[in-house]
Design a binder for this molecule. Structure first.
Ligand code: PLP
Length: 467
């Protein structure tokens, strides 16, 4: 019927009539009635706005528009992608990639009931932390340990437990901002602690700590200034000496390590970051560090140290609000277990595998992929395999770079072409994220492992270089 095929402005079909169309009924099957109805309403409203008086609209146009609206709504916003930025632990791209062992443990915990707070030996109620406590103690030499949502939560909880309404002494050189809203003075205020800043930006001495200690002191906080470095005329008090000062005055020393690694990174040719075990040996009473930075596990905040202080933390009602769920707990346990065999860590833990990867291996990959990209992009883009430098990211060793290799894509047209090129790679089924500098798009291949999948993905690339 002509009337059914061509709806004029006056008689745009009703929602019900559209719903009865066979093509639409198939969409209801896939997306559900309410999603489909919503898409139809939006489509009809948009057409009513756009249509010129007296013109009509083909039913096929309505169906196509409903379909594209449904597809857009079903599109995942949180999508897997290739991190070729050169920053291995990229906070905006989700930091550490989990080991297979951790992924399996996490998905098992999602599918089945688990002994989360249940002691299988006695059949009685157990402790959520028990699953990782002994492992963390074994790997760090600490007396006791607990786990919260992230390191920011760990710092907040420690400050609130030990220094609410009391002073927390910190060197002015360590009052850092980590990014986003994590600024040490603000976290302190929210924890109810009174910030007692001492020393100067570049130099803080033992006597500055000693002079500030008093009846109001709740703790001394040492912060690993992971994301910046002060150079030149500087002085800080090392943790061992600081522990002595703290203990003479019977106050705890808390060391926020930030990234906190469990092994000496120099075995992978990287500069040494302080390990958690060393921080324990230096005498800090509590140490906090992240799960998804150098440790290579899921997002989590570890608090390790003195048994009595961990007990106080576990009695703080805030602990309940900051605790981790069974999925991450399972992933943490599996990740930590890998550290029992440090020799194979560089194969099994993706973060270490990426950081330890030999530059020649990366270079070979770049040399293989350069002609592939050249072919895909055609004449308008100059593709070159080139040396580059990776960094760890997430504040670890910010000034140190690791020699790496990658691809440099330079549109010959200049202008804004590099933005369009970068957008084209972001638009792939598996978006490819690089870095744009000086008119070129750079891909650092350090974190690329599945070369075949990467090539397949490129077949969807649409980029027309301006001539
Ligand atoms: C990264 C960092 C934090 C915050 O850790 P999250 O795991 O991101 O919450 C706190 N302190 C230091 C020194 C850090 O480097």
């Amino acid at each position: 019927m002509a009337e059914a095929a061509l709806s004029s402005l006056r008689n745009l079909p009703s929602v019900d009539r559209v719903l009865r169309q066979p093509d639409i009924m198939a969409l209801v099957e896939k997306h559900g009635r309410s999603e489909t109805t919503l898409a139809i309403r939006e489509t009809l409203a948009a057409l009513r706005e756009e249509m010129q008086p007296g013109t009509g609209v083909d039913d096929a146009v309505i169906v196509a528009s409903v379909l594209s609206r449904l597809d857009a709504r079903a599109d995942k916003r949180l999508r897997p992608l290739y991190n070729l930025t050169g920053t291995v632990l990229h906070t905006n791209l989700g930091r550490a990639i989990l080991a297979e062992e951790a992924v399996e443990a996490a998905s098992a915990a999602m599918r089945q009931a688990v002994s989360l707070e249940f002691d299988l030996a006695s059949g009685k109620r157990g402790e959520r932390d028990d699953h990782v406590r002994s492992l963390i103690c074994e790997l760090t030499g600490a007396e006791d340990a607990t786990l919260v949502n992230n390191n920011a939560a760990a710092v907040l909880l420690v400050l609130n437990t030990l220094a609410q309404g009391r002073e927390a002494i910190v060197s002015r050189g360590e009052l850092i901002e980590i990014g986003g809203a994590f600024r040490m003075p603000e976290i302190m205020a929210r924890a109810g602690a009174i910030l007692r800043e001492i020393g100067t930006t570049n130099r803080t001495h033992a006597r500055d700590y000693a002079n500030a200690l008093g009846s109001e002191t709740g703790l001394i906080l040492k912060v690993h200034t992971s994301n910046y470095r002060i150079e030149g005329f500087t002085a800080e008090v090392d943790a061992r000496e600081l522990a002595k000062i703290a203990h003479q005055h019977k106050v705890p020393l808390v060391n926020d390590l930030g990234s906190g690694t469990l092994i000496d990174l120099s075995r992978f040719g990287l500069r040494k970051e302080p390990t958690v075990r060393e921080a324990v040996e230096e005498g800090a009473d509590l140490i906090t560090f992240s799960g998804d930075k150098l440790l290579g596990g899921p997002q989590a905040g570890f608090i390790v140290g003195r048994k009595d202080l961990i007990a106080a933390i576990n009695h703080n009602p805030m602990k309940r609000a900051l605790r981790v769920d069974k999925i991450r707990l399972a992933a943490c346990e599996a990740t930590l277990k890998l550290y029992r065999d440090p020799d194979r860590l560089a194969q099994r833990l993706p973060t270490m595998r990426f950081l330890a990867r030999q530059v020649d291996d990366i270079r070979q990959m770049a040399l293989r992929l350069a002609p592939v990209l050249n072919e895909v992009l055609g004449r308008g883009v100059a593709v070159e395999a080139a040396a580059c430098a990776s960094q760890i990211g997430s504040g670890a060793l910010p000034l140190d770079t690791i020699p790496s290799f990658g691809l440099s894509l330079r549109p010959t047209g200049g202008g804004r072409a590099v933005e369009a090129l970068s957008a084209a790679f972001r638009g792939l089924p598996w978006p490819v994220i690089g870095r744009v500098t000086e008119g070129a798009l750079h891909f650092d291949l350090r974190c690329l492992e599945d070369e075949g999948a990467f090539r397949d993905n490129l077949s969807s690339l649409r980029f027309e270089a301006a001539s």
